[in-house]
Design a protein around this ligand. Sequence first.
Ligand code: GLA
Ligand code: ZN
Length: 668
Amino acid sequence: MANKMLYGGDYNPEQWDEEVWEEDMRMFRLAGIDCVTLNVFSWAALQPDEVTYRFERLDKIMELVRKNNLKVVMATSTAAHPAWMAKKYPEVLRTEFNGIRRKFGSRHNSCPNSPVYQKYSAALARKLAERYGTCDNIVAWHISNEYGGECYCENCEKAFRVWLKEKYGTMEALNKAWNTSFWGHTFYDWDEIVVPNLQSEHFAQDRTTFQGISLDYRRFNSDSMLRNYLGEYEAVKAVTPHIPVTTNLMGFYKPLDYQKWARYMDLVSWDNYPNPTDPPALVAMRHDLMRGLKQGAPFMLMEQTPSVTNWQPYNLLKRPGEMRLISYQAVAHGADTVMFFQMRRSIGACEKFHGAVIDHVGTEHTRVFREVSRLGAELEQLGGVTLNARTPSRVAMLVDWDNWWALEYSAGPSCDLKYLDELANYYTALYDKNISVDIISTEDSLEGYQVVIAPVLYMTKPGTDEKIRRFVSAGGTFVTTFLSGLVDENDLVFTGGYPGKLRDILGIWVEETDALPAYMKNRFSWNGKEYESGVICDIMHMEHAKALASYEKDFYEGTPVLSRNELGEGRAYYVATRSGGDFYADFLEMVLEEQNIKPVFQPRAGVEITLRRKNGNDFLFFLNHNAQEEKLTAENPGTDLLTGKQYLAGDDIILPGKGVMIFKENLS
Ligand code: GLA
Ligand code: ZN
């Protein structure tokens, strides 16, 4: 793709007069920008009516960027349809969750099941490929933009029935899967099925009376958009099979099953917009999810703001040094590009207050531009040394979108139970210990891992239990929590005792589940320390497992809260409650020690340290999230790639506040 990390971002020259373009080129050179994402929202300009296409302006832009040696990520412009299309074919408009059909406006506004949208989005993608496919500076196709949202229109309803027919074949199978004998919902004809929204099964976005249909609608909606993506994917691939294709993802974005999507993406890219209050561990977890989508392959950081967003209630500026730190954090977790939204700040509409490399003042004399330029120079100097480096991990965390949807659609046991919170609890404890974690799907292989953690693995899909059983028997450590193993892929409970198919692996039987409101807590002690218990308390019996700790209060006082089961060469832990950070830290310390898994570097609070490896070279990324300087001690000799400074083992490593170091270890 390139011999250094691509550096640049969304560039919208179509919003500006041509005199400005040359000035942009001068500024890009100053800042070390070498890549622009073009054509993200230009459909209306490219296709003024149903039969006319106009590429002259884009031709000029392409000529300009080519002359200036810029690489191009070429978007297909289909994330916002033209107004004429909405007027002529109202079917392209979405219908909201409440049943209201939208009028023209906004973006990400097309019904994924509109034949008109499907036809014209693929047609535009194909025309772009035909026109620009020979430009050798195009490094990737960027299909649409941040696919998302949902639609509940009549076309979607019809397509949903077709999707269901394909999935279930017969009404009997569907009735069984949805358990429709509950509340007299038996269906006799596919046409009786309507979309599950506020007009039918739902009483709020995340509250449904029929989990089966709502779960399938989520799958269907994700698949529908995936089909849109594939329509364009195939269109560009037919013309330019050699150009990799991506679409920009959004981390843990609930509506779309990215693990399924990634199978159809040549490379993963994503947009990183943390809230100012997000701890660095959460941002790291999102990067690791993105890296895990394609079995550890590096990803593109497609967008981030150089300074400020416009869409949060309070849009805090990134403090001096923060943009650089956050950029390297992405690289530390597997990004091979550093890109921004956007290059020049718009003068009108809702993003006029969104940060950009070139601000409204229009000159290079801004703090943000100076910081962008400094990073540009650094990336230039760094070259391609870390490109395509991998992240070796002995620990995996299982994440599953169906599990997420099904768990959070369930009425009960607690409205405080959120899948991402439980993932974050375990992830953060590992992050704090400088342990690399691969975030993988239940479809992925567990080979090569020593510890697999599956917080709230509520749904056990066919084959998952057997995979875990084999993993443990062969010597692995499996950790899971309360409310795991309960249901099958249709969200139907396995009868015969929780945790269903995981029961023999864990060696326990869970009889009841208590959901504590925030004002109620239980406690337990383990290895001489006291820990908190709350939110969920599973009440369980030991079958083959050994109890390691017990509840200290309530009618289940003295019953186990933490258990270990030996199975074959390995073991499986069940954590029956939500505890606090101190527990996760101590518990995982033991789990890691048992498997002899070492941190990539001795931990220091507030200093994130990750490892990427390439051709036998180890690159340690030191990221000081603290405002103050930190002093560490080199464990091996090595070189800081950003300054060229050499270190011997035992030397002081001084990291300034918010500072970064990429330390290439000399291991002989
Ligand atoms: C998203 C979009 C961009 C832009 C930014 C603003 O990531 O893809 O078009 O709107 O948000 O933060
Ligand atoms: Zn629709």
